[in-house]
Ligand binder design. Structure first.
Ligand SMILES: Nc1ncnc2c1ncn2[C@@H]1O[C@H](COP(=O)(O)OP(=O)(O)OP(=O)(O)O)[C@@H](O)[C@H]1O
Length: 304
């Protein structure tokens, strides 16, 4: 993945100003309110956010299950807003793979692990022997080769999710989308599943986007995007570095996301700390923008 400031124009996931309004019994809910997100080909990104912030709505759109009310979304080169029914089916079959939280949604209970993977690997009418090789390679890649002849109920939750990743990868998608894949797992199994997604990314070059509440995800991904009120608000980027004692360390830097029209969301703790509300004063300096409480009675404490 390249620097956030120089995104690959043909990114695997490119969303601009996405809006999704749901109308239920005359009441409108704006689930996405101008969300923009760019993930370069081969990147791994975790999307986090409070309940109701719009994560599942975003995933529904990226997976081609739902269409936005406004804005644009291009995934693996497919324009999700303008594509027709046939292209949508092709997109879902060949360009994206999915892993859902509920293991029951990922795997057919009466088929073995190998049969579950083969079902998808067979969509392209691969010959039997070739298909078997593909299935075994994928199960080995996900470290569940020994589970090939077991049905889902004979697997642990973590093994089921790793088989589910193998299923999602069976058609060699360019993008792998996962919705809370560790939601039903304990910490150790969660770590294995997140590591498995990373492994797939490294070995196959698949772009991975994972929606999660799992705080340990930060140990596994270098980019975390926070969604707040239907928009991307902040991003944390992590990179390996060497500290002053020469030891390897990980440096995490938090960025606010600036959209195309210049809007950004200040983190809650900033607005609370300086009691910023309603309106603020801005000042353009040579290398930063200053933000002060708009209330004239208060101190002009600089918030960089
Ligand atoms: N089909 C729908 N009809 C009406 N409102 C909806 C629908 N789907 C989502 N919403 C609303 O849109 C907002 C965003 O919901 P969404 O499920 O995307 O949030 P989320 O971040 O995934 O939450 P959680 O972490 O709890 O799954 C919420 O206010 C939700 O109630």
């Amino acid at each position: 993945m390249s620097d956030v400031n120089q995104p690959d124009p043909d990114g695997a996931i490119v969303c601009s100003d996405l809006v999704r309004v749901f109308s239920t019994r005359g009441i409108e809910v704006q689930a996405l309110q101008g969300l923009s997100l760019h993930v370069d080909s081969g990147g791994v990104v975790a999307v986090v956010g409070a309940s109701g912030s719009g994560k599942s709505t975003l995933l529904g759109i990226l997976s081609g299950l739902d269409v936005p009310t406004a804005g644009s979304a291009v995934v693996a080169g497919h324009d999700l807003v303008t594509m027709g029914r046939r292209e949508r089916v092709e997109f879902r079959r060949h360009s994206v793979g999915f892993v859902w939280q509920q293991t029951a949604r990922n795997l057919l209970p009466y088929l073995t692990a190998a049969e579950n993977v083969a079902l998808i690997a067979g969509v392209g009418r691969r010959a039997g022997r070739r298909r078997r090789v593909v299935v075994d390679e994928l199960l080995a890649l996900l470290d569940v080769g020994d589970c090939r002849d077991r049905r889902p109920r004979e697997l642990s939750g973590g093994q089921q999710q790793r088989v589910a990743i193998a299923v999602a990868m069976a058609n060699a998608p360019r993008v792998l989308l996962a919705d809370e894949p560790t939601g039903e797992l304990d910490e150790a199994a969660s770590a294995e599943v997140l590591a498995a997604m990373n492994h797939v990314n490294r070995e196959r070059g698949t772009t991975v986007l994972v929606v999660t509440h799992d705080a340990t995800v930060t140990d596994h991904v270098s980019r975390t995007v926070q969604i707040r009120d239907g928009r991307t608000s902040t991003e944390v980027l992590r990179r390996a570095a060497v500290d002053e004692h020469g030891a390897d360390t990980v440096v995490a830097e938090e960025y606010a996301v600036l959209d195309r029209v210049g809007r950004l969301q200040l983190p809650d703790e900033f607005t609370r700390a300086l009691e910023l509300r309603d309106r603020v004063r801005l000042a353009l300096e040579s290398d930063h923008v200053g933000v002060w409480p708009g209330d004239d009675d208060r101190d002009t404490t600089e918030a960089r």
